[in-house]
Ligand binder design. Sequence first.
Ligand SMILES: [Zn+2]
Length: 268
Amino acid sequence: LAPKVSGSYLRQMFIDTHAHLYHQRFDGDRNEMVQRALDAGVQRLYLPNIDEASIDTMHALVAAFPKACFPMMGLHPCSVEKNSTVLLDKMRTLLDSGDYCAVGEIGIDLYWDKSLLKEQQDAFRLQIGWAKELKLPIVIHCRESFDEVFAIVQEENAPELTGVFHCFTGSAEEALKVKNLGGFYLGIGGVVTFKNGGLVETLPEIGLDRLVLETDAPFLAPVPHRGKRNESGYIPVIAQKVADALQTSLAEVQQVTTMNALSLFQHG
Ligand SMILES: [Zn+2]
C-alpha cells in the first residue's frame, strides 16, 4: 500500500489531515494563512465538509489552491437534523462526481446534543455505506461518543473500509481497538500540547505506526497559541510534541505521518 513518492519529497512535507480552512474566521487573511502553511512545509491540506453552508466556501478554497487543498464531502453529526434526507441526497450526488478524497466529516457527537442520537447513528451508517461503495476513506468525528462510534464502525467494517478517528484523545486500549479494525488511523492534533490532554502519557503505548497529524483549524490551537485561532502552519508544533512524547525525532514523526496520510487518502 506504500505510495510511490520519492524520499526527498517525503522529507520535506507535512500534511494537515483535518482543517476547516474555509471557515469564516479566515475570511480576512485566508490566502496568507494558506501561504504560511506552505512556507512551514505543510503542503497538503485536507478539508472536511460540515453542512450545506460550508460546501461553496470549501469549493472556492480548493479552486484557489488546487494542488494543496483536497475536499471531502459528508454531513457532520452536529448538523444532522430530524430529517436530513434532502441534504444527504445532495451530498451523495456530489460524491458521485469523484471530486472528493473522503467521506467526512461524519460520526456521532454527544457533547452538544444527545437528543438526536438515533438520527446521528442513521446518517453515520448511511455515509459509511457510501464510502464502501465509492472506495473512499471515512473521516470520523467522535466527541464524547467513542463507544457509540466504534460499535457502528465495527459492525460496518469490511476489507474496503478505511479511515481516521479524527481528534483522537482516547486511551491506549481504545487506540488498539481502532488499530485492530485493520484500515484505520488516529488523528492527533493540538490536544497533545495541552497539559491536561492525557495524550503525552498514552502516546508511548499507542506508538507512531498509525498516526496522522491534524490541526482541526480554526479550533484547538496548540500551545503556545491555545485559545486563539488555529491554522495549518502550526502542524510542526504538534509534530514536535508527538516526537517528544515518543522520544523520537521530528523527522521520524514527519515522515511516518506523511506516509500514513498519503496511504489513507490514496495518493500515489
Ligand atoms: Zn472537524
